[in-house]
Design a binder for this molecule. Structure first.
Ligand code: ADP
Ligand code: MG
Length: 473
C-alpha cells in the first residue's frame, strides 16, 4: 500500500533526540528523512542504528510505535546496491498487514534512490503473480515465513545475494508458531550475512533463535516508559451485564475521533460490534474470518478516520501502526499487566494526549491491582453514572472512504487522485485525507460533507486520463 498523509497531520518529531546527521547516511537519505519529518532519531533508532550500520548482528527490543521499521530499513537500504538485480535483503513479518506496513515504510525511505524494487510475498495472494514479479527481479523482499518458505522450496526465490536478514516482530512470529519456518528460512540464507531481530517483548524463544542463527549479536533494549502525562488512565466500575453498553457511553462522553477497543475474545468483539452498530456508531472489527481485501479495507477506513472504532483482540491488533489514536478502551481488562501497558501505549503518542479507559467488573479488581503495581500508579476510579445519558449527539467520523476501482496494477499513484480532487473537482487539500493505493483499488478519505459530491465528480471526471468507478464505503 502507498499512503500519503495531508500536511495537517502531526509528525511525531521530538526536539530532544539526536540527529540522523550523526550517522553514515547518504545525502539523499538524509534529505528523504527531512522530507518525511523525521527530524531526530527515536530512542530505539539512536541505540540501534550505529550498531546495525556498522554491520553487526543485532537484537533490538522496544515497544510498538517506537520506530523500529526505520531502524532496520535504513541499515538494509544503506547496504543495498541498486544496480545489482538480486534479492539483497529480506524481512520476515508475522502477518500480511505488517508486511504491507513494512514495505510501505521501506518504499518511503527508499525514494531518493533509483528504482529499488521491493516485493511483498505473503499468503492469501496467488503464487503466480508473485513468481512473475520475482522473475522480473527484486532488491528487497518482505513477507511472511510460510510464503517465503514456499517460494524457497519451489526455487522461485533465489537468496544467493542476500546480505541482510531481518526478523521483524520476532516475538509475535514465535507466538504464531513460526519458529520452525524461521529456522528453515534462516538456515538457507547465506552464512555471510547480517541478521537483525526486532521485537516488542523478549520471550525465551528469542534467545533460542538468536543462538541458532545470529553471530555475536549486540542487544539493545528500551524499557517501556510511558509519560503518564500524555496517557490519562481511568477505570470505570461496571457489572458484566452492562459492559458492552458502557462502551457507547464512554465514546459519546469522551468523543475521540479514533478509538481502539480491546476485547479478550473474538466472540466479545462480535458482540460489541453489534451493540455499537445498534447505537449508530461506526465501528469495524478485525478478525481471522475476514478475507484479505476486507481486512485491508478495515484498516484503511480506521486509519483514515472514517470509522470511529476498531474492535480487536490483542492478537489482531498487535504491531499495527495507527498514528493518531485518541483513546484506547479496555472493554475487557487483560489478565496480563504487561499486555495492558502495551494496549494503552497505542494512544498518547506523538506528544498528543490520549485516553486509556478500562471497564472493570468486581471480578476484574484483582487485575487492576496487578496493573497498578506494575505501572506504579494509583488507579483513578470512576462510576458510569457520571457519564451523560445515551441521547447525546451521535458520534460521527469526520471522513468517508471512497473506493476507486483501479490501483497499483493500473499505475495509479496517490498524486493522481489528489490531483483529480483538488484540480478539476475543485476541492481543497484540507478536504482530502489519507490516500492508500493497493494492487486493485485506491482508497481516498474525503471530508464527510463532500463525500457524495466527490463520488459524483470523480465518476464523471478522469483519474490518470481514464474514467474510473467510484463508490463510498
Ligand atoms: P514499530 O515498528 O516500533 O512499532 P514503526 O516503525 O511502525 O514502529 O514506527 C511508528 C511510527 O513512527 C511510524 O508512523 C513512523 O513513520 C514514525 N517514525 C519512525 N521514525 C521516526 C522518526 N525518527 N521521527 C518521526 N517519526 C518517526
Ligand atoms: Mg514494527
Amino acid at each position: 500500500m502507498t499512503d500519503i498523509t495531508p500536511p495537517s497531520s502531526p509528525s511525531p518529531a521530538s526536539t530532544t533526540g539526536r540527529s540522523f546527521n550523526e550517522l553514515p547516511l547518504s545525502p539523499g537519505m538524509l534529505a528523504t528523512l527531512q522530507q518525511l519529518g523525521y527530524l531526530t532519531m527515536t530512542p530505539i533508532q539512536a541505540a540501534s542504528l550505529p550498531i546495525a550500520l556498522a554491520g553487526h548482528d543485532l537484537i533490538a527490543q522496544a515497544k510498538t510505535g517506537s520506530g523500529k521499521t526505520a531502524a532496520f530499513a535504513l541499515a538494509l537500504l544503506t547496504r543495498l546496491n541498486p544496480r545489482r538485480f538480486a534479492v539483497q535483503a529480506m524481512v520476515l513479518c508475522p502477518t500480511r498487514e505488517l508486511a504491507d506496513q513494512v514495505t510501505q515504510e521501506i518504499r518511503r525511505l527508499a525514494r531518493s534512490a533509483d528504482n529499488i524494487k521491493i516485493l511483498t510475498l505473503c499468503g492469501g495472494s496467488t503464487m503466480r503473480p508473485q513468481i512473475a514479479s520475482l522473475e522480473h527481479g527484486a532488491h528487497i523482499v518482505v513477507g511472511t515465513p510460510g510464503r517465503i518458505m514456499d517460494h524457497m522450496e519451489r526455487g522461485t526465490l533465489n537468496l544467493e545475494a542476500l546480505n541482510t536478514l531481518v526478523l521483524d516482530e520476532a516475538d509475535r512470529m514465535l507466538d504464531m508458531g513460526f519458529y520452525d519456518d524461521i529456522a528453515f528460512v534462516a538456515k538457507r540464507c547465506p552464512a555471510e550475512r547480517q541478521t537483525l531481530m526486532f521485537s516488542a517483548t523478549y520471550p525465551d524463544g528469542i534467545a533460542r533463535l538468536a543462538r541458532q542463527f545470529m553471530r555475536a549479536p549486540q542487544e539493545v533494549k528500551l524499557l517501556e516508559q510511558h509519560e503518564e502525562s500524555k496517557i490519562r488512565q481511568r477505570f470505570y466500575k461496571v457489572e458484566d451485564g452492562d459492559r458492552l453498553q458502557a462502551v457507547g457511553l464512554l465514546l459519546k462522553h469522551y468523543r475521540p475521533v479514533s478509538t481502539l477497543a480491546f476485547c479478550n475474545t473474538k466472540q466479545q468483539c462480535r458482540s460489541l460490534l453489534e451493540v455499537l452498530h445498534a447505537q449508530g456508531i461506526k465501528a469495524l472489527t478485525l478478525n481471522g474470518d475476514l478475507e484479505q481485501r476486507e481486512r485491508d479495507q478495515v484498516l484503511i477506513q480506521f486509519a483514515n478516520r472514517s470509522s470511529s472504532v476498531l474492535v480487536a483482540t490483542d492478537v489482531a491488533a498487535r504491531g499495527l501502526d495507527i498514528a493518531q489514536l485518541e483513546a484506547v478502551i479496555n472493554v475487557d481488562v487483560t489478565p496480563d499487566p504487561e499486555i495492558h501497558i502495551h494496549r494503552i501505549g497505542r494512544t498518547g503518542r506523538a506528544d498528543q494526549d490520549g485516553w486509556a479507559l478500562s471497564l472493570c467488573s468486581p471480578a476484574d479488581r484483582h487485575r487492576i491491582i496487578g496493573i497498578a503495581q506494575m505501572m506504579r500508579i494509583e488507579p483513578e476510579w470512576h462510576e458510569l453514572g457520571e457519564l451523560p445519558s445515551a441521547d447525546e449527539a451521535p458520534l460521527v467520523p469526520p471522513m468517508v472512504t471512497l473506493q476507486i476501482l483501479g490501483g497499483r496494477k493500473e499505475k495509479i499513484r496517490p498524486g493522481d487522485v489528489l490531483g483529480a480532487l483538488t484540480g478539476e473537482a475543485g476541492y481543497t487539500r484540507e478536504q482530502v485525507g489519507k490516500i492508500t493505493v493497493t494492487d486493485q483499488s485506491t482508497y481516498v478519505a474525503v471530508a464527510r460533507n463532500i463525500a457524495n459530491d466527490a463520488v459524483r465528480k470523480l465518476s464523471a471526471g478522469k483519474v490518470k486520463g481514464k474514467t474510473v468507478k467510484v463508490r463510498a464505503l
